[in-house]
Structures are given as structure tokens and as C-alpha cells.
Design a protein around this ligand. Structure first.
Ligand code: NAD
Length: 327
């Protein structure tokens, strides 16, 4: 590709991605399927890699998530809430495995988890009590949505030990709640939500917690920060501790010793996915040991010790009485 062609395509892609990002992250109303967004984002990443002089700090490739709504009090995250690098095929997964091996050698294991299609939230506990709940926002600053998060019954308001720490998880809307919500919306001639992810995000960013309370949201907690005082050395141990403290973690996780085992886990969930009562959009693969995670480090946008495998796009057409939505 010629430089001038690349330059104008980069501008075109940035405009499109910024528009889609705004619709998705700010309005909670995407106008295109995720796979279309991912395809354009990949094209932009590839052009920026071939023409590094076209890379800018404000490119969508360099940003995490969306803008923070002014309607909510802003929250500075004590530890940044990062995004994840993506893998779309076996080759991407094997490349990731090679990079991990180069950095830490051959003695390590992965933890594979379902990638819940909801929105990332952080929960801060002080002396065992929930004091703050926030959205990821742009990774550094999120929105204070404590009152809305308190309506999720699986979030403990008080944990079993008087610990001060932050946990992270994915808040989501189970499929049944989503279907009931959209049916009710259509009975009232309101625009239905495009998918459970957007319905969950829209519900948690309501100013009136009574609305969130009616939406039957749920959460899977998948990480804790500030683990310094706790005697744990790995991600799998932290998930077990989260269970013991009273959090809801996802029990489908699996430790894998090789990338072949990771691929088998992914293939098996690709088949079982429709049987779940909630949406997943992929599988997250994480290096288990905290020491090895620290060795691998992070980029500005995502940790080098984890990757999100995205399932291929499902051309599902959900028939909603008199309208059709491609999700
Ligand atoms: P991401 O979805 O690629 O992955 C990161 C997120 O995965 C984390 O922040 C966390 O919220 C989530 N997650 C779920 N389960 C997890 C687990 N077990 N462990 C760790 N994390 C877990 O990145 P993103 O920045 O949240 O979103 C980007 C994606 O959003 C795009 O790839 C695209 O598919 C979608 N998007 C779509 C549109 C659109 O217009 N359709 C616009 C913008 C973004």
C-alpha cells in the first residue's frame, strides 16, 4: 500500500471506529456487530504496524474503552483497568504462547476462563465492607455506580474476612432477563437493546438504582488487586480465595499445561456455548503465576500475560416480533 493511500484509509478507519466506539461505550447502542468493529480495528492495527509514522496517541488502537459520563461521579482507579490483546485463530494463540515462552521459559501453566460478554467493573472493599463500585471507563477513570452495583445480589456487601482490597469482574445480564426486558420494552413501544451486553451496560449506567434493581443483573468476579498481604502466588489461587470470601466466580475455568490443551478447551466451549444461560464472546487465557505475570509485564493497553480468544462471528438474527436485529 502507498503511503498516501494508507494515510487516508487510517483517517477513514479512525473516524468509523470512533463513531462505533461512541455508540457502543457511551450510548450502549452499537450500530454494527462486534465482528465488524474487530475487523476494522485489525485493519487499522496492521496499517499502523506497516507505517509507524501514522501511529498517534489518540488512535483507537491506543485507547481502552470509552468516555466517562458526566452524570456520574468520577473514580480514579488505584490500579489501571486494562483491556486484553485479541486472538482470532490458532496461529494468534501459538504466537502468544511463543512470546510467553521466550519471556519465562517452558515451566508455566495457563488458566483458561470463559470471556463473559458484559462490562468490566471494579469493587473496592475496606475492612471487609463494599465501599465503592465503578465502571472501567477509559481504564484510568471510571464512573461511580456503587448504588447500581449494590442491586446485584451476588455481590457481597460484606465479605467473610475484614480485608481491604479491590476485585474486578464482569457484570452481565443473563439471557432470560434480557429476553424478558426486551419483550417488556417492545410492549411499551420502546427501542429494544441490541444484545445482553448493551442491556447490562445501559442498566448499570442509569441514575436511578431502582431501574438497575429490576434488571436481574449478575456478576462473575475474575481478579483481585492489592494481593500483597495475602499469601497467594497465582491467579488460580486468587480465584479460589475469591470463592472462599463469598464472591461468585465462574467455575468453568481450567488450568492448562500446554497451548494444545488451551486450544482443546476453546474448541469444546465453542460447541457448548449455546447451552450457557449467559453470553460469552470468547475465552481468556492467562499465565497463572504472579511472578511470571510480573516478568511479562503490560503494554499501555493490555497485559502481556493474557490474551482473549474471540469466537468467530455468529450470524444470528434475533427475531423480535416486528423488527429484526443482527447481533
Ligand atoms: P475485550 O472485550 O476485547 O476484552 C477485555 C475485557 O474482557 C475486559 O475488560 C473484561 O471486561 C472482559 N472479560 C470478560 N471475561 C473476562 C475474564 N474471565 N477475565 C478477564 N477479562 C474478562 O476488550 P474491550 O476493550 O472491553 O472491548 C473491545 C471489544 O468491544 C471489541 O473487541 C468489540 O468486540 C467490542 N466493541 C464493539 C463495538 C461495536 O460497535 N459493535 C464498538 C466498540 C467495541
Amino acid at each position: 500500500m502507498e503511503f498516501e493511500t494508507a494515510k487516508s484509509r487510517v483517517q477513514e478507519l479512525r473516524d468509523l471506529l470512533n463513531q462505533y466506539g461512541y455508540e457502543y461505550y457511551v450510548l450502549d447502542q452499537p450500530s454494527v456487530p462486534d465482528a465488524e468493529y474487530d475487523k476494522l480495528m485489525n485493519e487499522l492495527i496492521e496499517i499502523e504496524e506497516s507505517f509507524p509514522e501514522l501511529k498517534t496517541a489518540d488512535s483507537p488502537t491506543q485507547r481502552i474503552g470509552g468516555q466517562v459520563l458526566d452524570a456520574f461521579e468520577k473514580v480514579q482507579h488505584q490500579t489501571s483497568m486494562l483491556s486484553l490483546g485479541n486472538a482470532f485463530n490458532e496461529e494468534d494463540l501459538r504466537d502468544f504462547d511463543r512470546r510467553v515462552r521466550q519471556a519465562v521459559g517452558d515451566e508455566f501453566s495457563y488458566v483458561c476462563e470463559l470471556k463473559i460478554d458484559g462490562l468490566a467493573v471494579s469493587l473496592r472493599y475496606e475492612d471487609g465492607y463494599l465501599v465503592l463500585g465503578a465502571t472501567r471507563g477509559d481504564g484510568t477513570t471510571g464512573e461511580n455506580i456503587t448504588e447500581n452495583l449494590k442491586t446485584i445480589r451476588s455481590i457481597p456487601l460484606r465479605i467473610k474476612e475484614p480485608l481491604s482490597m479491590e476485585v474486578r469482574g464482569e457484570a452481565f445480564m443473563p439471557r432470560k432477563s434480557f429476553e424478558a426486558l426486551n419483550e417488556a420494552k417492545m410492549e411499551r413501544d420502546e427501542v429494544p437493546f441490541a444484545n445482553p451486553r448493551n442491556a447490562a451496560a445501559g442498566s448499570l449506567r442509569q441514575l436511578d438504582p431502582k431501574i438497575a434493581a429490576k434488571r436481574n443483573l449478575d456478576i462473575f468476579v475474575y481478579a483481585m488487586t492489592d494481593t500483597g498481604e495475602l499469601e497467594i502466588d497465582s491467579h488460580s489461587e486468587s480465584l479460589n480465595l475469591l470463592d472462599e470470601l463469598g464472591f461468585k466466580t465462574n467455575r468453568e475455568r481450567q488450568t492448562c499445561e500446554t497451548i494444545d490443551d488451551v486450544i482443546a478447551y476453546i474448541e469444546s466451549w465453542q460447541t457448548q456455548r449455546p447451552e450457557l444461560s449467559y453470553d460469552i464472546d470468547g475465552i481468556v487465557v492467562k499465565v497463572d503465576s504472579f511472578d511470571q505475570q510480573a516478568e511479562l509485564g503490560t503494554t499501555a493497553k493490555s497485559p502481556r500475560w493474557a490474551i482473549a480468544y474471540k469466537f468467530p462471528a455468529e450470524e444470528v438474527v434475533t427475531k423480535l416480533v416486528n423488527i429484526e436485529l443482527t447481533v
